[in-house]
Design a protein around this ligand. Structure first.
Ligand code: OMP
Length: 303
């Protein structure tokens, strides 16, 4: 089952973090671009080699990676080939792979998305899904999650500053994000695993600690994917309320904070060795930071 596999890996590695493989152009070290070609035709190879280097560094440290598909789609077919190859390689390295695709559409279309990203050419272990269109748009993802033991994380309270425009609107006496939360709990009911969490999770932004606390209470069986740490400004203490008293219940993403750590220190003109160390150090630093936060808070036990 997706969620049990994810939690087992988190416990094994003592690390509730996921590295975001979001290769924005300005982050890519010059040494990789120069080695694999600076022409637009080489972009697929550049993205793939970059990801391979990152995965080799982080595979022993983290349970999972998340690929934001936009940074691949943006380059067309070559980008998507790199996306596909990276998924395959991360799986070979026994990482849980989350495709950050944020899809949502009428059910027949949603089914095609679900097939593409959960069983077809881009099959990941889990995906992110947008619930704006309601239950029938989610159903195809739930069905395939059940059939193939996969997972989905449903956007519930997103990390961006404008998320409050719609998600915090009060409807029938409750903010919209709470309505979504109750639906996500319901959608996940039949996929609850050994640790009490469902393979149907929620995306909850690290940048909104007050809402995260409320959501943790409202969603006792829902595992959180928590973006916003690092580059978007959230700190470990903002995220603690996403975890339960066992130190489980959430996995925290960082993308730019890990694969762009070298920029603050040195810029893009660095050696491959420097890049590798920078990725590894940033990953270890994030792990320590979160574990320290969990340990400091007396209520939480760390595995
Ligand atoms: O679903 C997501 O992963 C997501 C939801 C959300 O509310 N906020 C958010 O930042 N994300 C994604 O999480 C990653 C955050 O990247 P960094 O800000 O660079 O760590 C990006 O891939 C975003 O697309």
């Amino acid at each position: 089952m997706f969620i049990d596999q994810l939690i087992k890996k988190i416990i094994e590695k003592r690390n509730p973090t996921v590295v975001g493989l979001d290769p924005q152009e300005y982050l890519i070290p010059q040494c990789i671009i120069k080695k694999y070609g600076e022409e637009i035709e080489s972009i697929g190879e550049v993205l793939w080699q970059l990801n391979k280097v990152i995965i080799d560094q982080i595979a022993p440290l983290v349970p999972a990676v998340k690929l934001q598909i936009a940074f691949y789609e943006r380059w067309g077919i070559e980008g998507l080939k790199a996306y596909q190859k990276t998924i395959q390689y991360a799986k070979e390295k026994e990482l849980i792979v989350i495709g950050d695709i944020k899809r949502g559409d009428i059910s027949s279309t949603a089914q095609a998305y679900a097939i593409a990203h959960l069983e077809g050419p881009f099959a990941c272990d889990g995906v992110t899904v947008n619930p704006f269109m309601g239950s029938d748009s989610i159903r195809p993802f739930l069905d395939l999650c059940k059939r193939h033991e996969k997972g989905s994380f449903i956007l519930t309270k997103t990390s961006n500053p404008s998320s409050k425009e719609f998600q915090n609107l009060v409807v029938e006496e409750k903010p919209l994000y709470l309505h979504i939360a109750y639906k996500v709990e319901e959608w996940g009911k039949s996929l609850i695993g050994d640790y009490g969490y469902s393979s149907i999770g929620a995306v909850v932004g690290a940048t909104h600690p007050k809402e995260a606390r409320e959501l943790r209470k409202a969603m006792p069986h829902t595992f959180f994917l928590v973006p916003g740490y690092g580059a978007q400004g959230a700190r470990a203490e903002d995220i603690l309320s996403c975890f339960d008293e066992r130190g489980l219940g959430a996995i925290v993403n960082s993308s730019r904070g890990i694969i762009g750590a070298h920029l603050k220190e040195k810029g893009r003109d660095i050696s491959l060795e420097y890049f590798k160390n920078s990725v590894r150090n940033a990953t270890e630093k994030m792990q320590k930071d979160l574990l320290k936060g969990l340990e400091r808070n007396a209520k939480y036990k760390v595995y």
